[in-house]
Design a protein around this ligand. Structure first.
Ligand code: MF3
Ligand code: CO
Ligand code: CO
Length: 269
């Protein structure tokens, strides 16, 4: 197997899927408030994807080898949950931090994105973790251009996160994406500049750093999916689907409700 290079027509399809994924998060945003359950957010998301967007969820029934089928249209990872949290009937509380990760399929193409949400008013510590993780993702994205290497992305993310006093989760990474949900390459969120695969126009992959306020070690819960921090420290994650262009990158998972860009980001195409 190898890295698929997307044609201009392929990218047309991926732009649509990416925008739809981002629009699911726009749609959910006003519902993320104290008292709402993640199961309710999931119900809203699936209804929107299927009945408004005419798309399908990539995660409902998704079952990589060794996993039980994932039961929902969004992953909802709260506080010390790192990723792959399963929506449930516990109401969100003021001050919780929540990652919502959504992947939709439209015309066979996948769009995969996630954002952090702060429920009500977050603590200063919670807000800083979400902000640093957001900036870390964008620092990785800013490295994307032909001739750069995957290790440049990982290094930019790792150094920024560790200088802020946080740690990068190593067990999960970004991934190539297209007609398949997870394809080559693996996009590590740590590493050394000048190493690993060279980027060429038409590659499409996600950048989705998971950042822990404490130690980087994780644990898997008995549900077979939910990942938590071993030390129960808070964890945050942001994700975009990104295409390599002739001159740099194009973010495929943007939409009208996307939060403000960091000031060092001058362009999204
Ligand atoms: N969307 C996740 C990613 O960024 C994968 C979720 S798989 C699921 O790769 F089954 F947990 F939904
Ligand atoms: Co992903
Ligand atoms: Co995702």
């Amino acid at each position: 197997m190898s890295i698929t290079i997307k044609t201009p027509e392929d990218l047309e399809g991926m732009r649509v899927a990416g925008r739809l994924a981002s629009e699911v998060l726009d749609y959910l945003t006003p519902y993320v408030k104290p008292g709402v359950t993640t199961a309710h957010l999931d119900k809203l998301a699936l209804d929107y994807i299927e009945n408004v967007q005419g798309a399908t969820s990539a995660t409902v029934g998704y079952q990589p080898p060794g996993y039980p089928p994932f039961p929902a249209a969004i992953c909802t990872s709260v506080n010390h949950q790192v990723c792959h949290g399963i929506p449930n009937d516990r109401p969100l509380k003021n001050g919780d931090i929540l990652n919502i990760d959504v992947t939709v399929i439209k015309d066979g193409w996948h769009g995969d994105t996630s954002r952090m949400f702060i429920v009500g008013e977050g603590s200063i510590a919670a807000r800083r973790l979400c902000q640093i993780t957001y900036e870390a993702m964008w620092r990785g994205i800013a490295k994307v251009k032909p001739g750069a290497r995957l290790g440049d992305i990982g290094h930019a993310i790792q150094t920024f996160v560790e200088n802020a006093g946080y740690s990068v989760v190593r067990e999960f990474c970004g991934h190539g994406i297209g007609r398949k949900f997870h394809e080559e390459p693996q996009v590590l969120h740590y590493g050394r500049p000048g190493t690993l695969e060279e980027l060429v126009p038409g590659m499409v992959f996600t950048i989705e750093p998971m950042v822990n306020a404490g130690r980087r070690e994780i644990r898997e819960m008995p549900d077979g999916w939910t990942i938590v921090t071993r030390d129960r420290s808070l964890s945050a994650q942001w994700e975009h689907t990104v295409a390599v262009t002739e001159t740099g990158y194009e973010i495929l998972t943007l939409s009208a409700g996307y939060p403000p860009l960091p000031d060092f980001i001058r362009t999204t195409t």
